[in-house]
Design a protein around this ligand. Structure first.
Ligand code: URA
Length: 233
């Protein structure tokens, strides 16, 4: 922890007296909130200090998980539709978080965000084959032949080849699906190729991270341990 005014001087914002003026003018913010008290203690490893909106001393690395509700598109901006960015706290705006991969507008559940480009690429890279687990409600009933077809690797109607995946029937019209890639509408198209139209889809796990009891629409920051576990996959 260190004093905000000292941190500002050290980060090259100006001399002691200049920093005092910057603070007084309301040009400094800590984690998105204007801060005028130079004596306030901050943790530069965990907090982001901005001058006129620009981060000083580097933006802290961050990852978060959202329990996405239906009705939001996975995009950083869109002219007409609501995006998942609207579900993040406004105080995180300056952290420049990006969604990791994509969930369809109607799909619910686990959606990761990060501002760490390496982590983002690692999680979406086909080479890393990070598992994504989905709960699906669908028409029809999955049987042993469907399980085997998933295991072999499906070929979709348009000729797209899927990597081997797991299908676990839970009961009539309900299954768990685990895939290691992120093709467009992947789970819906895989199920459709076996004659089962998906009516509801929820992502419950990505790699080592589980959705758990995070309420729908809620978001939380990942711990350092959770980030390390995702990186080690
Ligand atoms: N597969 C789909 O079909 N949709 C999603 O949103 C995610 C995986």
């Amino acid at each position: 922890m260190e004093r905000l005014d000292k941190f500002l001087c050290g980060a090259g914002a100006g001399s002691r007296s200049q920093v005092k003026e910057l603070l007084k003018a309301g040009r400094v913010a800590v984690d998105g909130r204007t801060e005028k008290d130079g004596g306030r203690k901050i943790d530069p490893q965990r907090q982001t200090v901005t001058l006129d909106g620009d981060a000083l001393g580097g933006k802290r690395r961050m990852a978060a998980v959202l329990n996405k509700p239906a009705g939001y598109i996975t995009a950083t901006e869109d002219g007409s539709q609501a995006t998942v960015m609207e579900l993040l706290p406004p105080a995180w705006k300056h952290l420049d978080l990006k969604p990791v991969g994509r969930l369809d507008k109607d799909t619910e559940g686990l959606l990761l965000f990060t501002n760490d480009g390496d982590l983002l690429h690692r999680l979406i890279s086909p080479k890393k084959a990070v598992e994504k687990e989905y709960y699906a409600r669908h028409e029809g009933q999955a049987g042993p032949e469907d399980v085997e077809a998933f295991e072999r690797g499906l070929v979709l109607g348009d000729g797209t080849r899927c990597l081997p995946a797991r299908l676990e029937p839970l009961g009539p019209g309900e299954s768990m699906v685990v895939v290691c890639e992120g093709k467009y509408h992947q789970v819906r198209r895989m199920m459709a190729s076996r004659g089962m139209t998906v009516t509801y889809l929820e992502r419950r796990r990505e790699g080592t991270l589980e959705l758990g009891d995070l309420p729908r629409g809620a978001v939380r920051e990942l711990t350092a341990e959770e980030i390390t576990a995702l990186e080690e996959k």
